[in-house]
Design a protein around this ligand. Structure first.
Ligand code: TEU
Length: 554
């Protein structure tokens, strides 16, 4: 049944509310996506990952689902959805959806029933506990991902609390209840039967909680994380979903979750384990975070970046399949990160080549291919993201946090930086919509947009298009072994991909300075098949120069 097509896919992530507004209400939607299918096809992508489009009160932009089998009305209808998937399939593009089942919205009928009926049959669908001190204090001291306690009092109870690892409107499901697992299988079947080709599984490593519910030693963030990350039945539940439903279709799953280690991924997506097919790990994008705490950033180090990739590329070999990405809807834009510079086209091209030709399945986040930049918000008032506002609240309450975390940093690190409307052209609101969008359009849209990119053969879009084309043609880039090169070089990221009697060599200067390198003399200019410069200097790399060589091994 399974053909493992995911290993050859080029995946493009769409964040629906910011992609294209089809009916001019300021919000992206399914008709907007349909309109842009030819754009996606021309770029060369073979699969779309669609962030949540289900019905939702949108407290966390759809990661809080109130009905898993319907579409959020401003995004369209189920009929629109059917047209979209049909047209994508006709264009040779598969579609994967977001499976958000660690929690439901508190507006979901199950949770609403709990609020209405004291003896609701759905009470055991959620994690509900009596508070300490006759309900005056929450059941324990655990803290969630958006800061603050994971517990919120049930409005219809004096002493009971429900768990929410994210926002208050995102109530955690109790996966230990077999009925919950049956509901999830039912949701999966519903969408697979509509032709959906797979799922990206949101915070999937949080679904099984340790049931001791004891206080944990307070930590800077996420007190109690050992109780909810990689819980005791995680693998059992994933295997059950796979055995009962997923394995029956020719689809794939990519898991997402915070703080996944190499060992975790080998288990969650091991070739022989029949749980997930791939897992996003965040180690490489955490390179400029302070040990995973993104608000406490640290300076980018190329050596650290190279070491992380080496660890994951070699570490998963033979065990599991890598995901390759540098952006998503939770990360800052890559332009201006990882040593690249806004306004420096060569640096964006260099980063693209460097990550896209490693071993694994590449993901491109909407706008990445045209070099969209950070939102550059001026104040928190411009920001919608619930995470930013929750952190702001705790910052105002807890004085030491105020000292560590400046307002400027909160704005710079807000997830909204990657969520600004897609820039299609230079008309008002960047051609995303005819009315003012839900989030401010980047002020540089007249310069950075799809129209300009399409008109210029030297643009980032065309570079991505070419990278994708070559990657699809060359078996070595898909199957080849990853061999890191010149690991001690603090300026150059280099590696090769080797398969049978052929190798591809990737050489990238991560700095804005011209540098001399002796090893270049061992590479033949005639073997160079791609670069971000037209002319080259013998024995030297220009600022941010990258090169791709292809040669036979004799
Ligand atoms: O994100 C999960 C996750 O790991 C986040 O906590 C992430 O670390 C954070 O957003 C970084 O700032 C997923 C979704 O991608 C995210 O958009 C949702 O808000 C979250 O789950 C809850 O569903």
């Amino acid at each position: 049944m399974k053909t493992n097509w995911y290993k050859e896919a080029i995946i493009y992530q769409i964040y629906p509310r910011s992609f294209k507004d089809g009916n001019n209400d300021g919000l992206g939607d399914i008709p907007g996506i349909i309109e842009k299918i030819p754009y996606l096809k021309d770029l060369g992508v073979t699969c779309v990952w669609l962030s949540p489009i289900y019905d939702s009160p949108q407290e966390d932009n759809g990661y809080d689902i109130s009905n898993y089998k319907d579409i959020y009305p401003p995004f369209g209808t189920l009929e629109d959805f059917k047209v979209m998937i049909k047209k994508m399939h006709e264009a040779g593009i598969k579609l994967i959806m977001d499976l958000v089942v660690n929690h439901t919205s508190t507006e979901h009928a199950w949770f609403q029933d709990v609020l209405k009926n004291k003896d609701s049959q759905y009470k055991d669908y959620y994690i509900i506990k009596k508070g300490r001190k006759n309900g005056k204090k929450p059941p324990n001291n655990w803290q969630g991902f958006f800061s603050g306690s994971v517990w919120e009092k049930l409005p219809n109870s004096d002493d009971e609390y429900y768990m929410h690892l994210f926002a208050k409107g995102q109530a955690d499901l109790n996966w230990d209840n077999p009925k919950v697992r049956e509901e999830v299988k039912d949701i999966l079947r519903f969408w697979f039967d509509l032709g959906v080709d797979g799922f990206r599984c949101d915070v999937i490593n949080l679904i099984s909680k340790k049931s001791d519910f004891k206080n944990r030693f307070p930590t800077l963030v996420l007190t109690g994380k050992d109780a909810f990350i990689n819980g005791p039945n995680l693998h059992k539940y994933l295997k059950e979903l796979n055995d009962d439903v997923i394995s029956k279709y020719d689809v794939f799953t990519v898991g997402e979750g915070p703080m996944t280690s190499l060992e975790d991924v080998k288990q969650l997506a091991g070739f022989d384990r029949h749980e997930l097919d791939m897992v996003f790990n965040f180690n490489h994008v955490d390179v400029d975070d302070f040990f995973g705490v993104k608000y406490l950033g640290r300076k980018f180090s190329l050596r650290r970046f190279k070491k992380i990739y080496k660890k994951w590329q070699l570490g998963l070999k033979g065990h599991s399949w890598n995901t390759l990405f540098i952006e998503n809807h939770d990360q800052r834009r890559s332009v201006g990160r990882f040593n690249t510079k806004e306004g420096n086209l060569e640096s964006a091209k260099m980063l693209a080549l460097t990550y896209l030709y490693m071993s694994g399945t590449p993901f491109i986040y909407q706008g990445q291919e045209i070099g969209m930049r950070q939102g550059h918000f001026k104040s928190l008032d411009e920001i919608v993201d619930v995470e930013s506002h929750m952190i702001q609240r705790i910052r105002n309450k807890v004085f030491p946090i105020k000292l560590i975390l400046s307002k400027k940093r909160m704005i710079e690190y807000s997830r909204d930086n990657a969520r600004t409307p897609m820039e299609w052209d230079d008309s008002e609101y960047a051609g995303f919509s005819k009315v003012e969008p839900w989030l401010r359009v980047n002020s540089d849209y007249k310069e950075v947009n799809v129209k300009n990119n399409l008109a210029d053969q030297n643009s980032l879009y065309h570079f991505y298009q070419q990278l994708i084309k070559i990657r699809k043609q060359e078996e070595t880039l898909n199957k080849g072994e990853y061999v890191p090169l010149y690991m001690n070089d603090s300026k150059v990221f280099a590696y090769k991909r080797v398969y049978q009697n052929e190798e591809f060599i990737i050489v990238s200067n991560f700095f804005d300075k011209q540098i001399k390198r002796k090893f270049l003399s061992s590479l033949d200019d005639n073997d160079m098949i791609l670069s971000n410069y037209d002319s080259h200097i013998k024995g030297e790399l220009k600022p941010y120069e990258c090169r791709l060589y292809k040669r036979k091994i004799i």
